[in-house]
Ligand binder design. Structure first.
Ligand SMILES: Cc1cc2nc3c(=O)[nH]c(=O)nc-3n(C[C@H](O)[C@H](O)[C@H](O)COP(=O)(O)OP(=O)(O)OC[C@H]3O[C@@H](n4cnc5c(N)ncnc54)[C@H](O)[C@@H]3O)c2cc1C
Length: 453
């Protein structure tokens, strides 16, 4: 399909952030948009498998919450299992019922979420042009408030605004020369050492020979046995996320585990034997009374992660030498480890909030009245400042979750003589705190994103 010469907004990247923005712009009356993606089709792997209440609310405003809820599983709590303690229910999401219609974490694989977004976009006449890769941005020769978007195939299109929703290695971000830093700079992504606990993680979707004796509507975190420092998460994935690989109705489980430095870097896509080794070492059998060891049958998808964070220096920029707004959102603007399942959620909410603001900017800029355009642009700037602040808060939240769970479960000595076990101290405190409703509610609130302004 040939491209128009100009549009109001070009969205680079048709992942969850790009799709959500397209839908939000469309709903806000900005329908002259072009969505492009460098890939032939979307990835069909589960990746981010949780939607939080605030994201489901954002989807409700787009008229899509019911579709998501119908395809997902309502997870009621996060349960921490550690030998010697009763299960610690750190966040019972029912407490959110006074704040939201969606008092749960919705377990739903990313490719299912992307399919729902893509179907909704098609219904509204939004087409994703694939494969179409952006390689450069330049100010338009006669009006530098417009941006020429240049594609790999040599085509060019003029846009009033450009949005880079093109993932963590964002081309748009690098063309615009926006900095990308780990806000804490703690974990060097290229080095695996003892000081970088959980510098590597793996995530995998598997079938098991027998179901685990854990609640299927809980996100289960198992703390490593004595002598180790690790945590392993196991969660049931709803529906039939891999219809081509296993028969309908086969239970599929998401496993995520830190990789202790002593094991060395994990393979890029760990297979059954590697995953089995992790379950043998860190699975529920050592912490959950009566739990049998779990046996991996099939590895349907797996990936390794570095647990570092990254944030763009600015979420609003422009093409070099230009003035037209270029926004960054989703993974192009921020990344962090998957603990707490925040990344994709944050990106989708960035997008849902940007839609109405950018639509107003486009409308004002087309009207040509300088004051109205400047005021609308100031609103885009406010969006960028507020979303960057929010991303930093989420990065801190994830860091806190990580530091609470990756605690050495081994005897250490104060002044070389007084023995103590950091994990026992940590989980005694957590066990006491989680017996209070206010603490459980506070934790559920933080994870839900409902405080996201
Ligand atoms: C292997 C893997 C496993 C993950 N697992 C988890 C997990 O377990 N839990 C979790 O919370 N999160 C996980 N994530 C992260 C989660 O998938 C992301 O947060 C989410 O996909 C971000 O959405 P996005 O729309 O911002 O970017 P993306 O989904 O990355 O989409 C960006 C899109 O931009 C396109 N693009 C890139 N460059 C260009 C260009 N120059 N021109 C045109 N198009 C371009 C790409 O083709 C892609 O479709 C995982 C990610 C990966 C890659």
């Amino acid at each position: 399909m040939s491209l128009p010469k100009s549009v109001d907004v070009v969205i680079v990247g048709a992942g969850p952030a790009g799709h959500t923005l397209a839908l939000s712009l469309h709903q806000s009356g900005c329908q002259d948009i072009l969505v492009v993606d460098g890939q032939h089709r979307t990835a069909n792997t589960s990746r981010a498998a949780a939607l939080h209440a605030a994201t489901v609310e954002a989807l409700e405003r787009l008229g899509l919450a019911d579709r998501f809820v119908a395809k997902g599983r309502q997870m009621q709590s996060t349960t921490i299992w550690t030998k010697g303690f009763s299960p610690i229910a750190s966040a019972g999401f029912r407490s959110l019922a006074k704040n939201t219609k969606y008092p749960f974490i919705l377990g739903i694989p990313q490719h299912v979420s992307e399919q729902i977004l893509s179907d909704a976009a098609k219904e509204r006449g939004i087409i994703v042009h694939r494969p179409l890769r952006v390689v450069d941005l330049k100010p338009h020769a006669h009006d530098n408030t417009l941006t020429d978007v240049i594609f790999e195939n040599g085509e060019t299109i003029r846009a009033r605004a450009v949005v880079g929703a093109d993932g963590s290695r964002s081309t748009v971000r690098s063309i615009c020369g926006v900095e990308w830093n780990d806000p804490h700079g703690e974990v060097n992504a290229n080095v695996v050492d003892d000081s970088a606990a959980a510098a590597n993680m793996i995530v995998a979707d598997v079938t098991l020979t027998a179901p685990p004796s854990l609640r299927p509507d809980a996100i289960n975190l198992v703390i490593a046995p004595e002598g180790q420092q690790n945590a392993l998460m196991i969660q049931y994935l709803p529906g039939d996320p891999y219809p081509d690989a296993v028969p309908a109705g086969t239970p599929v489980y998401r496993i995520a585990s830190g990789i202790p430095a002593a094991l060395g870097p994990p393979p890029r896509a760990p297979e059954v034997a590697y995953l089995q080794g992790l379950l043998d070492a860190f699975g529920p059998q050592h912490a959950v009374d009566g739990a049998a060891p779990l046996e991996v049958e099939h590895a349907l998808w797996s990936s390794r992660f570095r647990t570092h964070s990254g944030i763009a220096g600015a979420f609003l920029t422009s093409a070099p030498g230009g003035a037209g707004p270029v926004c960054l959102l989703g993974d192009a603007a921020h990344i962090h480890p998957p603990m707490g399942g925040q990344g994709m959620n944050l990106g989708m909410r960035d997008a849902a909030k940007l839609g109405p603001v950018l639509a107003r900017y486009v409308q004002a800029a087309k009207g040509g009245e300088a004051g109205a355009t400047a005021a609308a642009r100031a609103d885009v700037e406010a969006w960028a400042t507020q979303r960057r602040k929010r991303a930093l808060e989420v990065i801190d939240l994830v860091r806190t979750i990580q530091s609470r769970l990756w605690v050495p479960n081994k005897t250490e000595y104060i002044f070389g003589v007084l023995p103590y076990n950091p994990a026992w101290i940590q989980f005694s405190v957590l066990s006491t705190l989680t017996s209070f409703e206010w603490f459980r509610s506070k934790t559920a609130w933080a994870v839900s994103g409902l405080g996201d302004p």
